[in-house]
Design a protein around this ligand. Structure first.
Ligand SMILES: [Mn+2]
Length: 382
């Protein structure tokens, strides 16, 4: 009975409420805290926008942590949100929690709604559905999604001036946008439309980029302001495919995207020497720019390792850091698991090297490193 009564209480503002009080019980001075109010509304505007990333496993969680710290390092005023899959380990969640403002576990299998239905039609698109979940963050009015394999090089808060769906061209097919960095407006309606679309039509590339490009299919032609400059999603692939452009514009890069199968966390790092190690000479690998790779590891060892150590406590974990032992032999971190160890670079003859280059097996970290290519290029350009 009493509970029901609450339903009839109208929403009143302060002065309306005060008018019910007898005059003697009213406070003599009503403090109007203007500065506080202003601060609150400012905070509201800022907390109304967020950078969002996604980690489906512990390795990607490390990437997300480095991304989060790179955004913090460049003084973002926006909130940081990490979506995580149900398989991310507890200490990793804790570590993410101390870098991000919000960590949301997304389990598409558990959601008994449109997502579940779509997933039953296309079980192969599970990870994609997890990513599309970012549209349900409706307590934000605008967000910028960033893959966990991206790294921020300067403040990029200006991206929030853009509208949905803004993204940079994909280096492989520039009429498509790359879905590693995009501006969007959370909306349950859009989320459901996306899922239904996904369930019906699937994805032409098997991932979120295919779905999003088919859904936002006027991106290439309708509104040039939705084309983010390439410097907001620079992939190493393009550095090597158009080196002169990189030489001209590369210094303005704001976001690096470590595209490809091999990610920064697949390497290891000697913190004492400040060297990245463990480069494998197999096709489709090692396409990461050594300078950006080093930057990633520097940030990881300085700003992420302490957070991880705190979260794991005594429990050993795969840190990816290596130490030189007293007899000069390279040792993996005692706690490291086999996943982190890739074969060390090998010296090969120039003939073999040429063959490998032509077969697309490029030793970006060694003989074919950017510095060497640049030297060669400079000798032509002079
Ligand atoms: Mn990516």
């Amino acid at each position: 009975m009493t509970r029901k009564m609450w339903g009839f209480i109208p929403v009143l503002n302060c002065s309306q409420l005060l008018s019910f009080c007898p005059p003697q019980s009213r406070p003599s001075v009503i403090r109007i805290a203007t500065p506080d109010l202003r601060e609150n509304s400012l905070q509201r505007t800022m907390s109304d926008q967020a950078f969002v990333t996604l980690a489906t496993n512990d390795s990607y969680a490390k990437g997300a942590m480095v991304l989060g710290q790179s955004l913090r390092k460049h003084n973002t005023t926006k909130k940081l949100v990490a979506l995580i899959g149900p398989h991310v380990a507890e200490p990793c969640r804790d570590a993410l929690g101390s870098i991000f403002d919000e960590v949301c576990v997304v389990d598409v299998v558990d959601s008994g709604d449109v997502a579940h239905l779509a997933l039953m039609k296309r079980p192969d698109l599970g990870v994609t559905f997890t990513k599309l979940h970012c549209w349900t963050l409706t307590h934000y009015s605008k967000c910028v999604f960033m893959d966990a394999d991206t790294l921020v090089l300067s403040n990029i808060d200006e991206l929030f001036e853009r509208e949905e769906l803004s993204a940079a061209p994909d280096p492989g097919w520039p009429d498509c946008f790359n879905s590693g960095v995009f501006v969007f407006r959370p909306s349950n309606e859009t989320h459901e439309k996306l899922l239904a679309f996904c369930g019906e039509k699937g994805s032409f590339d098997g991932g979120d980029q295919g779905v999003l490009n088919s859904f936002f299919n006027t991106w290439a032609t309708a509104d040039i302001s939705k084309h983010l400059p390439f410097i907001y999603n620079l992939s190493s692939v393009s550095i090597y495919s158009y080196l002169p452009a990189f030489k001209e514009y590369g210094r303005n890069a704001k976001v690096v995207h470590f595209l490809g199968k091999v990610k920064p966390w697949n390497y290891s790092y000697d913190a004492q020497k400040g060297e990245v190690r463990g480069h494998a000479l197999t096709p489709d690998q090692g396409q990461l720019h050594p300078d950006y790779l080093l930057l990633w590891w520097q940030l990881y060892s300085k700003s992420v390792m302490p957070v991880l150590q705190q979260a794991y406590g005594e429990t050993p974990f795969n840190s990816g850091l290596t130490e030189e032992s007293e007899n000069g032999q390279l040792q993996e971190d005692v706690s490291a698991q086999p996943e982190a160890s890739a074969p060390p670079p090998q010296k090969v003859s120039s003939e073999v090297r040429k063959q490998r280059w032509e077969a697309g097996q490029i030793d970006y970290m060694g003989d074919d490193s950017f510095a060497n290519i640049e030297r060669k290029l400079d000798s032509f350009l002079k």
